[in-house]
Design a protein around this ligand. Structure first.
Ligand code: ATP
Ligand code: MG
Length: 402
């Protein structure tokens, strides 16, 4: 097996953002650094156009599997580095082809030349390297259409890189480049997927979960903790806010007509998340809502619930099919956690026939009968904060914000 000593990391979408690019590269470099902490020998050289990781003996397969999942990384090319002169390039390309062994019978050489002072043009360089392989590494023949090995020679002014194939990575934008949002995390299938999709757009996420003990069990909480932990792998850290919701749910049950209880409950949830969002200086709320059959997810419901906030509510799953959502959940490894049986705070007081078209005027009328504000404030005050971090240092900035 070729013992790659370098890895070229390409940025993809960052290319589109001309002005902010420097900042994005910096953020990505930071995120990569955190993600590969388990491989301390790796050196990162972040350039404007791409990043080069020097492996220094770390296992390239293991590093590859970590780096390809980092948002903002479009593709990865394991490479051998050599001096940018023709003899070194030829020798390294040959060593590379020899090491690949019998699996390679046909090949093609492509050259990309960033250093225009290199004495040969790209075509000539490819020809020279190709001829060198044909003579010294037999049996081997050229196939320009469907080669076993597409050998890439990249010539920069300070080094040349020989590589075989480019591996696709996750894409998206580096987390931390797009502000912060509060994810309403339920323990179901949808909300972790929604969080993942928004994180992929560069947004840092904090989770908010409503629980109603003793009606909801510690197993239900554990589910949410496990989901938040999985999401923390992308962030490098994660804050999970757990809101005590029992009192409010009981009060809703007592004073709001059944058909409107879900609508009122959702409005109060949003008001609480809104209060937490302000404290955490976040700029949006994320939910796993999906336009469809569920009573609280009709347009009429959203219109009535959304009335309580001006903050953008991001609903990345809004028009997706369930099967596609499940496919992402499986890939994320959240699916098996999400389907563990548990009681959700939304279902324990669930009315038999919730209103599918709740009206704002009606809700106002019902809500006027009881002042929920003190209960809301109390719930916010008593919200528990759990912090997950693989960054090793204490999250000191957090408490100062409260
Ligand atoms: P999910 O699969 O995410 O649970 P769902 O299809 O079950 O979604 P609902 O139960 O109507 O739909 O919830 C819609 C959204 O409201 C969820 O995706 C989540 O963002 C939020 N939500 C629901 N219950 C809770 C909860 N207990 N804590 C925090 N957020 C919640
Ligand atoms: Mg649910």
């Amino acid at each position: 097996m070729v013992n790659y000593d370098h890895m070229i990391v390409r940025y993809g979408e960052i290319t589109l953002k001309g002005k902010n690019r420097g900042q994005f590269v910096k953020q990505l470099q930071k995120n990569v650094k955190h993600a590969i902490k388990a491989f301390p020998a790796v050196k990162i050289d972040a350039r404007y156009e791409r990043m080069v990781l020097t492996l220094n003996g770390e296992d390239y397969h293991a590093v590859l599997e970590v780096v390809r999942k980092i948002f903002g990384v479009l593709s990865l090319t394991p490479a051998l580095r050599t001096a940018p002169d023709l003899d070194s390039i030829k020798a390294t390309a040959l060593a590379y082809a020899v090491e690949l062994g019998d699996q390679v019978k046909t090949f093609k050489v492509e050259t990309k030349r960033a250093d225009k002072n290199f004495p040969l043009d790209s075509m000539a360089c490819s020809r020279e390297v190709g001829a060198h392989l044909l003579i010294n590494r037999q049996p081997l023949s050229v196939d320009v259409h469907n080669p076993d090995l597409r050998l890439l020679v990249e010539i920069k002014d300070d080094a040349a890189y020989i590589s075989g194939k480019t591996e696709k990575a996750v894409g998206g934008l580096p987390i931390g480049s797009g502000g912060r949002a509060m994810l309403m995390l339920s323990g179901g299938i949808d909300s972790p997927v929604a969080g993942y999709m928004i994180m992929k757009r560069g947004v840092e996420i904090e989770c908010v979960h409503f629980e109603s003990p003793p009606y909801t069990s510690s197993r239900a909480r554990q589910k949410v903790v496990d989901l938040a932990e999985i999401l923390s792998h992308q962030n490098g850290k994660m804050v999970l806010h757990i809101v005590p919701f029992t009192e409010i749910q009981k009060q809703i049950h007592d004073c709001i007509p059944d058909r409107y209880s879900i609508t009122v409950m959702r409005r109060i949830m949003i008001r609480i998340v809104e209060a937490l969002r302000k404290r955490r200086e976040a700029m949006a709320i994320v939910t796993g809502e999906n336009l469809g059959q569920v009573a609280s997810q009709t347009l009429e419901s959203m219109y009535t619930i959304n009335e309580v906030t001006n903050t953008p509510i991001l609903r990345p799953l809004i028009s997706m099919d369930k099967n596609d959502i499940i496919a992402i959940a499986r890939e994320l490894d959240t699916f098996d956690i999400s389907i563990r049986p548990y009681e959700d705070c939304c279902t324990i007081f669930k009315p038999s026939s919730p209103k599918t078209k709740p009206r704002r005027e009606k809700v106002h009328q019902f809500e006027d009968a009881f002042d929920f504000e003190p209960m809301i404030e109390k719930a916010v005050q008593e919200t528990e904060k759990l912090i997950f971090s693989n960054r090793g240092k204490k999250e000191d900035a957090l408490d100062s914000l409260f």
